[in-house]
Design a protein around this ligand. Structure first.
Ligand code: NAD
Length: 351
């Protein structure tokens, strides 16, 4: 039976990843600091499951990581833990450097010390997979896509901190031989995403009849990746990726922000029409653009597709419809985030 140490597994992508891995019989030790973005409600179906051990703690706590590695002897570490919201990084970059750079360094140091003392077979099998973003590559014009060889040019404090962590991960491979893998993915969407990010924010506000804020002219383009497809890509890279390599993960679904918002409005109008019969599109309100807002991101995921045979299972149309349905069916999860009650009942084992 495999055991993996997952960090940030109470967050959006990490939570989806942990739910799927445990369902597949993998033992997960889930280390999460439970910042505002960590939500144990997401993991409530795992209560009492012997395959899931939750530990509240910081990836920057090297002694704690060393203790967990020694105790659970995982075959892999998957690092999702991060400060992840660009707008918050503009207001307060220091927390982003602390977790994404200093924290990742502590995790790498603990991983290196654990790995180097494993016996030969376990040493050869061990993997450290670092989850990162396409935002490290900066912004694109109307054409072209980011590939694994695109030069890093991060524009926000968030992407700069993720770029720094990617470089540290790379350096730990080249300097110490740590068997690392890095994935750089596009914008994720799907169940359990904190409603500060575009898609869940728009769904929540559209249902509540509130204005739907869209930055600038709404023409910024992002590639949208369904979270389940991202999780399957990570599992593929973990199983078969070449050590020391990076893999771009994309959903093959470039959309302008305004198109995304209009699609959500149309889906909600079909499923739950407004009482006054007005289309929800009328709630759209353009707001002052985010400073330094990257215009376009697009991902060339052909390396992952041709080398490892992965491709996304969801088209954007299917993924966004499933996501809208999930939020309609899980209004309670959203309500507990919005009213803050998800933070009140934390019972994490303080390590
Ligand atoms: P998230 O903000 O939803 O979750 C982050 C989790 O990390 C939270 O549970 C939080 O409590 C935890 N955490 C924060 N600081 C920590 C620390 N110091 N120690 C331990 N845990 C800590 O983020 P997400 O959207 O799930 O993103 C996961 C990873 O994927 C991040 O590394 C992010 O940079 C990357 N990523 C996300 C997207 C996206 O669209 N969401 C796109 C590309 C890359």
């Amino acid at each position: 039976m495999q055991t993996w140490l997952v960090t940030g597994g109470a967050g959006f992508i990490g939570g989806n990843f942990v739910l799927e891995a445990v369902a597949d019989g993998i033992k997960i030790v889930n280390l999460d600091a439970l910042t505002y973005a960590g939500n144990l409600d997401t993991l409530s179906s795992l209560d009492g499951d012997p395959c899931h051990t939750f530990v509240q703690g910081d990836i920057g706590d090297r002694a704690l990581i060393a203790k967990l590695l020694d105790e659970h002897k995982p075959q892999a570490i998957v690092n999702f833990a991060a400060e992840s919201h660009v707008d918050r990084s503009i207001d307060g970059p220091a927390a982003f450097v602390q977790t994404n750079v200093v924290g990742t360094l502590a995790l790498l140091e603990a991983a290196r010390d654990y790995w180097k003392n494993l016996h030969d077979e376990a040493k050869a099998q061990f993997r450290f997979l670092h989850v990162s973003t396409d935002e490290v590559y900066g912004s694109l014009g109307d054409s072209g896509k980011f590939s694994e060889t695109t030069a890093y040019a991060p524009n926000s404090p968030y992407s700069a901190s993720k770029a720094a962590s990617d470089h540290l991960v790379r350096a730990f491979h080249h300097t110490y031989g740590l068997p690392v893998l890095t994935t750089n993915c596009s914008n994720n969407y799907g169940p359990y995403q904190f409603p500060e990010k575009l898609i869940p924010l728009v769904i929540a506000k559209a249902i509540a009849g509130e204005p739907l804020p869209v930055y600038g002219d709404g023409k910024n383009v992002r590639d949208w990746l369904y979270v389940g497809d991202h999780c399957s890509a990570i599992r593929t890279v973990l199983a078969r990726g070449r050590v020391g390599e990076t893999y771009n993960v994309g959903g093959d679904a470039e959309r302008r922000n305004i198109e995304v918002v209009e699609t959500i409005c149309a889906l909600l109008d079909e499923r739950r029409p407004r009482q006054d019969g007005e289309p929800r599109k009328s709630q759209i309100a353009f707001v002052k653009d985010r400073p330094g807002h990257d215009r376009r991101y697009a991902i060339d995921a052909s390396k992952l597709q041709s080398e490892l045979g992965w491709k996304p299972a969801h088209t954007f149309e299917r993924g966004i419809a499933d996501t809208v349905d999930w939020y309609l069916d899980h209004q309670d999860w959203v309500r507990r985030v919005l009213d803050g009650s998800y933070r009140l009942e934390r019972i994490g084992q303080e390590a």
